[in-house]
Each structure stands twice: as C-alpha cells, then as structure tokens.
Design a protein around this ligand. Sequence first.
Ligand code: ADE
Length: 252
Amino acid sequence: MRIDLLSIFPDFFTSPLDEGIIRRARLAQIIDIRIHNIRDYACDRHQMTDDRPYGGGEGMVMKPEPLAACLKAVPRYGEKHRVILLSPRGPCFSQQQALNYAGLDQLILICGRYEGVDERFTERFVDEECSIGDYVLSGGELAALVVTDAVCRLLPGALGCADSAEKDSFSRNMLKHGQYTRPPVFEGMEVPAVLLSGDHAAVDRHRFVESIRLTMCRRPDLLKGLELSREERKVLKQEGLLTQVEQMQARV
Ligand code: ADE
C-alpha cells in the first residue's frame, strides 16, 4: 500500500514515521509513505500557500492552486485510491474506516491548516473529509499521522505476529482486557492466578469476560454492535452477565 501525505509542514512527519511499527513496515516494503511539501507548488515569489478569506473573518485560508498542483503531481498507485482531506468537518475516523482504508492501494492524505481550505479545491479534488474527533487541531498533520498509524498496523505482516490486530480494542466492538507482565507481585498486587495457570482455554475465557466487563463499564455504547457466539453467550450466562449485556444491547 502507498500513503501520500501533503502538508506545508513536511518535517512534522519525519520522526513519527521513522519509529516502531511504521518504520518496520516501511523497511519491509509493506507500506510506501511519501511526503509532499505543498509549498513547493506555490506559484508566487513568496511561496504563499494561504490568503485572507473572502468576506472577511479571522485567520487564513489555504489557496486552491498550490494544493491542486501538489495533488496533481502525486502519481496514482494501483486501482483503488482515495483523496482524503483531514478536517474537523468530516465523519469521525473509526476502526471500521481504518479497515476500509487498509483495503485500498493508495491513500492520499491532505493536511489542511489555518481556518480551512478553499472550498473549490475540496469540491473538485477531495473524495471525502475525515475527522479524528470533535476537537480542533492546529492542522491536519496529527490527524493524518493517526490515520496512517491505524491503517499501517492492519496491513498484513505489519505487526510481525499473526493476529494481534484482530485482538485490538474496537476490532470487535469490545475494549481490550487488562494485560500483565513480570513481576508476579508488584507493590503487593498479584497477577490474576488464571494467567499463570498455563490453561489456554481458561485464559481466553478470563480475558473475554474481562473485556466484556470493561466495555460494559466504560463504553456500553459499543456493545450494540457486538455479535456474540453461542459459546460466548454461555460463558456470559455462567458469569451472570448475559442479561445485563442484552439489556445494554437493546438500549437505543
Ligand atoms: N484538523 C483540525 N482538527 C482536526 C480534526 N479533529 N480531525 C482531523 N483534522 C483536523
């Protein structure tokens, strides 16, 4: 997969894209990430990429020409590509959207700045807008990094181990259970005994129940989209949780 990031602050990306999982995925050629400086496509002497808004008002608006020229210079890769503008106006990014994006050949992420982007550019060139939450950032760069990270870890081979992306929170409308490592006793607190038992089925069951409890307590809204197998329903019944989970699922 290829991800192109268009920004007036290309240095923003250097360190985050050169660490950890993303770095490994880039080195393994699982993902090809290219950064483009919109300023390089500004046509005037001062390399201006923003200007005052028509009609007056606070702040500056990103000019359409440098954005369009920069976007046009990005080669299209594969058959399935999308041009996405990071902006607080878009629908909220989710694990489901990360999965959708991970199925594409190319994501072109445009980082807006200032008070916004000239609407004509968005209308003509942008397939969709994408927000990472109901708050306003100084620009789309951090949001583009969030999207890049969430997508990258879903690509086959990116995590190294076979299936840990599937066990992440949200991949099944459930929060992830707590995790423990050595030492077995920390400040008087013990690791749950079942995790030391070596009984894999008991460990899976314990983790599933803990995930459900955590989700019920912190994000009951997620339970609505959670489909439970017969075996899972049986476990929840034995734990005395099934009725409560079903009530939460039925709530509007
Ligand atoms: N740019 C500014 N705020 C943003 C947000 N919440 N999500 C995506 N892009 C943004």
